[in-house]
Design a binder for this molecule. Structure first.
Ligand SMILES: [Zn+2]
Length: 661
């Protein structure tokens, strides 16, 4: 439990200056009941009869999404909880721009979503969600006010429900005219929300040119997108055909787009500016706005890092480093992301820096880094303009080319600032290279320097040549919160699954003194901080081991005699999740957990309310921390066996864990 705190303190030490200005977010220990919207009660009241114009099933789906899945977002750490100052500021902005004469105003509420994508959305109960990624990128209060106005407009005009009704009409008619009509209807909704937002912020004196510029930038972004990472992936997916380019072009301005094109929106904003003539970029608090934007950027990196999405973390941290090379947190994120990526995917070592996912034969075959073509790096046109003259891009001889060279460049950079943790990272990097001498050299240096978060881990790694925990306790994590109906997540079903926890406990908890059993579904909506830690652990495990690992390591556990092939799997340098994510070591050590067993179960239902399962599957992951190889146990599923009862699943797991051959 102390883990997150100690990481935080570490980060606090390495960048005192930037931290003192930030509003950093902490996961609360306990779930605040103000975020409990009592979905069972709300649902029981509403669900007596189907929504007008919808079938019973469509109506159920709509309500499950709006009532239960909204609650899930709060319960599951997808929304920031109790982030006082940030929430207060956004509510003030909302209160300022929405006229009091609108009776529906009283239902409006703003929340911040823990999603680094630049976006915002609205629910039909008046909840507005602004992604942290939008706050990280928005350039002025005027634009933020416009976004809040636009999303409020969607609620005030009841767009979600009306749009859905139209969607079902089009969907079931198989009539192309209706499909086109549906998209036209959606574009009209967007235009109405735009108009509403521009009226609201125009009246207050906000400069609508800001909004126009934002749309202009979006339009340029889309054109620049052609050179970006995401675009390269898309082209890769469609085998680099010219069609992909045409499709992307047409997407921006066709009858099958749900949003009016940016040029039209830009023109509307310019026209409205002529009417209102506002000049303000800020109205409430420009200083707070800047602090919030800065904090939001830090949060985006942290979210990607915690979700083991090291590629994205690396990209943002690198851009931020170009702006501010003195912020050591960026340096840390860069070299640690690089190390982790190379540990997961060793062939990256010799690949050009940041080139993974980019299709560029010229750079790829020369193992040249992205520094040669910086336009790949930026989504944001202004960022590109501000940074394209950085010396990394202008000098002929680049400071590094490959992922591995970049790792050494940035870890050395950290050592210049006496960040001892970098010695530990270099040691772990050499562990991944199976280079015992260099592991010893850097870990000894790390320990001799005397202070660090991972001193015990480093000492034990030196002594045992693989991660080592003293003690013989088990930690069993059972996650059966995955529930789907069709392609939608179904929190109504997930909550009902809590009723089988006693059956699972009975089978898996053989030795209550030496085993701790954690149910993810008991942490959701109760203990945000512990849940975040478990979510981070799961993300790292799933990132480290792929399908091949699950099938390679599928031998029966605890078999007394293993053949040569199986023994080879126990090589001390095998992938180990504590090498990937060493921040978990202290938690395992404090609790004396030397065995980890994690189970992920996914259920799929036939209809939204009925309990009838269509399909289920599971994967159990077993790891003895002290250097032994992992073992996987997954479900056998085929045309005849599509599901098992919870009792059958957990009996299989019991046999896997406790019955020796
Ligand atoms: Zn919209």
């Amino acid at each position: 439990m102390k883990l997150l705190l100690s990481l935080l303190i570490f980060l606090l030490i390495i960048c005192k200056t930037s931290f003192s200005q930030s509003l950093s977010y902490q996961f609360p220990e306990k779930f605040n009941q103000v975020y409990n919207f009592k979905p069972d009660e709300a649902f029981a009241i509403l669900n007596k009869e189907p929504l007008k114009g919808l079938t019973k099933e469509q109506s159920d789906k709509f309500r499950i999404n709006n009532i239960y899945n909204t609650q899930y977002e709060f319960d599951n750490n997808q929304i920031y909880l109790d982030w006082g100052q940030a929430e207060v500021y956004l509510m003030r902005l909302l209160d300022t721009i929405i006229p009091d004469t609108l009776t529906k105003k009283k239902n409006l509420n703003v929340f911040i979503t823990r999603d680094p994508v630049n976006n915002a959305y609205t629910k039909n109960n008046g909840f507005l969600f602004i992604n942290i990624g939008l706050l990280a990128n928005v350039r002025s209060e005027a634009i933020l006010a416009y976004v809040i106005g636009h999303e409020s407009g969607h609620y005030i005009f009841d767009h979600q429900y009306k749009g859905l009704k139209k969607f079902y009409e089009a969907y079931y008619s198989k009539n192309f005219v209706l499909a086109d009509e549906y998209f036209a209807f959606k574009r009209k909704q967007e235009a109405d929300a735009d108009y509403f937002a521009m009226q609201c912020s125009g009246k207050l004196g906000f400069n609508l040119k800001e909004t126009a510029q934002d749309y202009e930038m979006n339009d340029m972004k889309r054109r620049l997108y052609r050179y970006s990472r995401g675009y390269a992936n898309m082209v890769k997916a469609s085998q680099k055909t010219e069609e992909a380019i045409d499709r992307q072009k047409s997407k921006t301005n066709s009858s099958s787009s749900s949003h009016p094109d940016d040029v039209a929106r830009m023109e509307l904003a310019n026209k409205m500016q002529l009417i209102y003539k506002g000049s303000k970029k800020y109205l409430l608090d420009s200083l707070f706005f800047t602090r919030l934007r800065k904090t939001a950027r830090e949060e985006c990196k942290k979210i990607y890092f915690d979700n083991a999405r090291y590629e994205e973390c690396l990209s943002i941290a690198f851009v931020d480093y170009l702006y501010d090379s003195k912020n050591l947190k960026n340096v840390y994120y860069i070299y640690e992301s690089l190390r982790r990526l190379m540990y997961i995917k060793p062939k990256l070592k010799t690949m050009g820096f940041l080139l993974d996912g980019i299709e560029d034969d010229e750079l790829f075959y020369a193992n040249k880094s992205l520094l040669y073509k910086p336009d790949y790096l930026f989504f944001d046109v202004l960022e590109y303009e501000e940074l394209k003259n950085h010396s990394f891009f202008t000098v002929e001889k680049k400071p590094f080319n490959t992922y591995e060279q970049a790792f050494h460049y940035f870890s050395r950079e950290a050592l210049k600032y006496n960040m001892n943790e970098a010695n530990f990272s270099i040691g772990l990097h050499y562990y991944g290279q199976k280079n015992n001498d260099s592991v010893a050299k850097y870990l000894n240096k790390y320990i001799e320097n005397g202070s660090g978060l991972n001193i015990t881990f480093a000492g034990n790694l030196l002594k045992n040549k693989s991660p080592y925990i003293e003690g013989n306790k088990w930690i069993v994590i059972y996650d059966n919160s995955g529930n789907y109906t069709g392609s939608s997540y179904n929190y109504y079903q997930a909550r009902n699954k809590k009723s089988v926890n006693p059956i699972i406990r009975k089978e898996l908890l053989q030795d209550t003194l030496n085993t701790d059993l954690v149910f993810i579904n008991e942490l959701i909506g109760t203990q945000p901080k512990l849940l975040a830690q478990m979510q981070k652990l799961e993300s790292n495990l799933f990132k480290l081991y792929d399908e091949d690992d699950v099938s390679n390591f599928k031998k029966v556990k605890l078999k007394t005699k293993e053949n040569i092939e199986e023994l080879a799997l126990s090589h001390p340098f095998n992938k180990h999740f504590l090498i990937l994510a060493p921040e978990f070591y202290n938690w395992f050590a404090e609790n004396k957990y030397s065995t980890l067993f994690l189970v992920e179960v996914v259920h799929q239902y036939q209809d939204f309310l009925g309990g009838k399962e269509e399909y289920n599957t599971y994967t159990g992951y077993y790891q003895e921390i002290n250097g032994k190889r992992p073992y996987f146990k997954d479900a056998i599923r085929n045309a005849f066996l599509r599901k098992q009862t919870d009792q059958e699943i957990v009996s299989d797991l019991n046999k896997f864990l406790y019955v020796t051959e």
